[in-house]
Design a protein around this ligand. Structure first.
Ligand SMILES: [Ca+2]
Ligand SMILES: [Ca+2]
Ligand SMILES: [Ca+2]
Length: 217
């Protein structure tokens, strides 16, 4: 009789596999973060990553991210990395330091595969705030129009005002603009029209379109 002195006995090996369940919500370690991005960062480029932590394993630790404030969501995108652990933040629209120096992103994380039987352990989502500081870049001045056409009558006296062009420096410091007219180019163009005449006034031929460039000082 088993268990009695001299009784028969047997033994076996039992392997017990402990399976993970989704009983740990994802959590951001901090309630706020900061990120620095220069204003000329190309649209579509990844500008940073954010990661919440989840003590589960495998699919139970996979996380999805979203930007919940629509204003920031119009400018930034967030998508999971290949392991579904980190959120990669990228640009959907260009930044402009002169227009806005800080963007605040409200970011939410959650487990895409929660288990309802553990819902009493808390919401399986968390949120944090990310401040994106838009760094200034020294940008070139911009003409107020893409192109200009200036007309002037031939035989106009030297010193005649042909027209005006305007430009502005988009930087916050609004640097003074140094105008550099390509006089050599202008003279070359004029020479094309005046090469057959002598003692010509520079403005005695049909209107001339000339290019100029400007640079910040
Ligand atoms: Ca989890
Ligand atoms: Ca678990
Ligand atoms: Ca700038």
């Amino acid at each position: 009789m088993a268990g009695s002195v001299g009784g028969l006995s047997g033994s076996t090996t039992i392997n017990i596999t402990l399976s993970d369940v989704n009983d740990n919500p994802p959590k951001f370690p901090q309630k706020s973060y900061q990120l620095y991005v220069t204003e000329l960062t190309p649209v579509g480029k990844a500008v940073g990553r954010i990661q919440a932590f989840d003590e589960d394993e495998g699919p139970n630790a996979e996380m999805s991210y979203s930007i919940t404030n629509s204003e920031a969501a119009a400018i930034f995108d967030i998508s999971p990395d290949p392991t579904h652990r980190e959120g990669i933040i990228s640009l959907k629209q260009p930044l402009n330091h002169e227009k806005r120096k800080v963007h605040t992103l409200n970011i939410e994380v959650w487990n895409p595969q929660p288990e309802s039987r553990y819902s009493h352990l808390g919401p399986f989502r968390d949120s944090t705030s990310l401040q994106v500081i838009v760094g200034d870049v020294d940008e070139p001045p911009l003409f107020s129009m893409d192109f200009y056409i200036l007309d002037v009558y031939e035989n106009s006296p030297a010193g005649t005002q042909v027209g005006t062009v305007s430009a502005r420096d988009p930087d916050t410091t609004n640097s003074a603009i140094r105008w550099v007219v390509l006089w050599i180019l202008l003279m070359t163009i004029l020479h094309k029209y005046t090469k057959t005449c002598t003692n010509c006034n520079l403005l005695d031929k049909p209107a001339v379109m000339c290019s100029s460039f400007i640079s910040g000082t």
